[in-house]
Design a binder for this molecule. Structure first.
Ligand SMILES: *Cc1c(COP(=O)(O)O)cnc(C)c1O
Length: 353
């Protein structure tokens, strides 16, 4: 098994040496009467709100992390918070991958940001496609490739296919004798029946789990993503992040949202129910060729003529995502599950086709 020391050896050496920025809030974190250390406006901000927006936010998000830790049954030093998961994806690549030299592995069809973030940093992307017909991992090829790569990106439930990746396959990759980081992106885990990989974190120092407030939690506009990993990896992510990456409003809002987890579970239940209803209704339509089973809040549907259907829906004011250019996704549209009346409008438009 890989040790945390072996994983840390994979980090770019200059980052291990790096002296991080020390903010005003790093140099004094206690309570004081008079703050004259951060060049803020002492009078306040023109916004009427209880939150003191004229002050810089907590760069360590301590209070929020403690609430997340309690709700997930882990410790606060296993949590990194990013300006969306997209920031965590970007920082993981910056931490491990030397531009023009290192590579990452992705399993298309999958979330686009892994490859885009790599490309921004001039990091090579090795594609090891999921296997048809059920979008399963090619574990043999992956294990061959891992020793030459820095990060393997897995997404479960996968976007855009909607399926979970096999837990046995992921376990095999985590046990494989290579220090290649294994990231499991669980952006859609709340909609799934499977349990999160979070509870396996303590067993696998090379495991990173991503989750987000953007999907089930309904806070896509506030930009809050989570990365969970060994505390040594979290400390390095914190070292290279912009000091105030999570703004004060978002920190406060997320703390409030966590108290309303019952409301979120209720919505998730409704979405799952709608997902099954939409699936069985779509199956009756002649224009539909196949509906992939989904554990997420969207379904991937293969149509006979996806491009025409896409245009038809757009004319009816309904926008879905055309995925027909993705690997193995010929003629496929990805349809997010909406409110019951929105799903009815979609069905009506397709029935008129
Ligand atoms: C939507 C999505 C995310 C979320 O990204 P944020 O930056 O947190 O909004 C992450 N991964 C996948 C696979 C997604 O589909």
């Amino acid at each position: 098994m890989t040790s945390i020391a072996q994983v840390i050896q994979q980090i770019r050496p200059h980052i291990l040496q790096l002296q991080p920025y020390s903010s005003a809030r790093d140099e004094f974190s206690g309570k004081a009467d008079v703050y004259l250390d951060a060049n803020e406006n002492p009078f306040g901000s023109p916004l009427l709100n209880a939150v003191a927006y004229h002050r810089y936010p907590d760069p360590h998000q301590s209070e929020l992390k403690q609430l997340i830790a309690t709700s997930k049954g882990i410790s606060a030093d296993q949590i990194f918070l990013g300006n969306g998961s997209d920031e965590a994806i970007d920082l993981l690549i910056r931490l491990f991958c030397e531009p023009n030299q290192d590579s990452i592995i992705i399993c298309p069809p999958t979330y686009g940001m892994y490859a885009v973030s790599a490309a921004i940093h001039n990091v090579k992307v090795q594609q090891i496609p999921l296997l048809t017909p059920n979008f399963t991992l090619d574990t043999q090829k992956l294990m061959q490739a891992m020793p030459q790569s820095k990060i393997l990106w897995l997404c479960s439930p996968n976007n855009p296919t909607g399926n979970l990746l096999s837990a046995d396959a992921i376990e095999q990759l985590l046990r494989h004798d290579s220090a290649c980081l294994v990231v499991v992106d669980e952006a859609y885990i709340d909609f799934s029946t499977a349990s999160s990989w979070l509870c396996q974190l303590h067993k696998h120092p090379k495991l990173v789990v991503l989750q987000t407030f953007s999907k089930a939690w309904g806070m896509a506009g506030l930009r809050l993503g989570m990365a969970f990993a060994h505390p040594a990896i979290i400390a390095l992510l914190d070292k290279i992040k912009p000091p105030y990456n999570i703004n004060a409003y978002t920190q406060r809002a997320a703390m409030q949202a966590l108290q309303h987890h019952k409301q979120v579970s209720h919505w998730v239940e409704q979405i799952r129910h709608e997902r099954e209803r939409l699936t069985s209704r779509l199956q009756l339509l002649a224009c539909v060729e196949h509906i992939y089973p989904s554990e997420a809040n969207f379904i991937l549907v293969r149509f006979k003529q996806a491009a025409n259907i896409f245009q038809h829906l757009m004319q009816k004011g309904i926008i879905v995502r055309d995925r027909s250019n993705a690997v193995h996704c010929h003629n496929c549209l990805r349809i997010s599950i909406g409110k019951p009346e929105e799903n009815d409008r979609l069905l009506q438009a397709l029935e008129q086709w």
